[in-house]
Design a protein around this ligand. Structure first.
Ligand code: ATP
Length: 243
């Protein structure tokens, strides 16, 4: 039986109030089974980043609930939310956000250090090997290519064995060949490590690496597609008036 890693239920997000207020999400439901790789696409301003931020506990919905594992994330106060994100959520952003003074290995284990958790050496060795950086573990980020730096960020996102890894345009800064390697790595972690992934992207080629693409328009889910190729995803985006 598949379990649910993330459940977003009836999430509404409003910014501001009154006439200048903006409703960015209008009652979004989204369920991610454990080990699934989901891409979120939609026109500019459709609410993709807002959804990612609310789902990941970076922001709080105006109403509705977000559950991850046994926790109702949307009900946690600020301090508990910070600890929850550190211990149970992984992030991969377009900018790699690595600390330049730390080695590859120390960047990867930083979330454990911050959470005062022990480093599982076997898991660390496995991850460094899986992201193809076994020869680079003592190197610093400036000695690595963009793709290698993003692979460090992916290992760092996985090191806590999070409920969900959230990606915000994780390949936005990479050339297409390197982007493919990073996306293949994300798909591999979903398939072989049962890691659940939610990725926001503008790129149909990137979205095609996911098992499912969810389309947002004007703050609402307007459809989804499983197993579509880049062309099918692009034509669905065109029908939403995205291009
Ligand atoms: N902090 C904020 N204050 C007010 N309005 C906001 C804020 N953040 C987002 N919005 C508005 O909410 C709506 C959704 O924005 P969001 O950034 O989630 O869209 P997006 O689909 O990620 O867009 P893009 O693809 O351009 O990054 C937009 O109308 C945006 O202007």
């Amino acid at each position: 039986m598949t379990s649910t890693a993330l459940a977003v239920e009836a999430v509404v997000k409003k910014y501001g109030r009154g006439r200048s207020g903006v409703t960015a999400l209008r009652g979004v439901d989204l369920t991610l089974p454990t080990g699934s790789f989901t891409a979120v696409m939609g026109p500019s301003g459709s609410g993709k980043s807002t959804l990612l931020h609310c789902a990941a506990g970076l922001d709080t919905p105006t109403s509705g609930t977000v559950r991850m594992g046994a926790d109702t994330v949307s009900q946690l106060g600020a301090n508990k939310l910070t600890a929850f994100r550190r211990d149970h959520v992984g992030f991969v952003f377009q900018s790699y956000n690595l600390l330049p003074t730390l080695t590859v290995e120390d960047n990867i284990t930083l979330p454990l250090l911050l959470g005062r958790r022990a480093v599982d050496r076997d898991w660390l060795d496995y991850l460094i090997g899986a992201v193809g950086l076994a020869e680079r573990r003592k190197h610093r980020p400036t000695e690595l290519s963009g793709g290698q730096q993003q692979r460090v960020a992916i290992a760092r996102a996985l090191v806590t064995r999070p409920h969900v890894v959230f990606g915000d345009e994780p390949t936005g800064a990479l050339d297409s060949r390197t982007a493919k390697q990073v996306l293949d790595l994300l798909a591999y972690t979903a398939r072989t490590l049962d890691q659940t992934i939610l990725m926001v992207t503008h790129d149909p080629v990137a979205a095609a690496h996911a098992d499912r693409v969810v389309f947002l328009a004007d703050g609402a889910v307007v459809g989804s597609m499983a197993g579509g190729d880049a062309q099918a995803i692009a034509s669905r985006m065109s029908s939403l008036g995205a291009w």
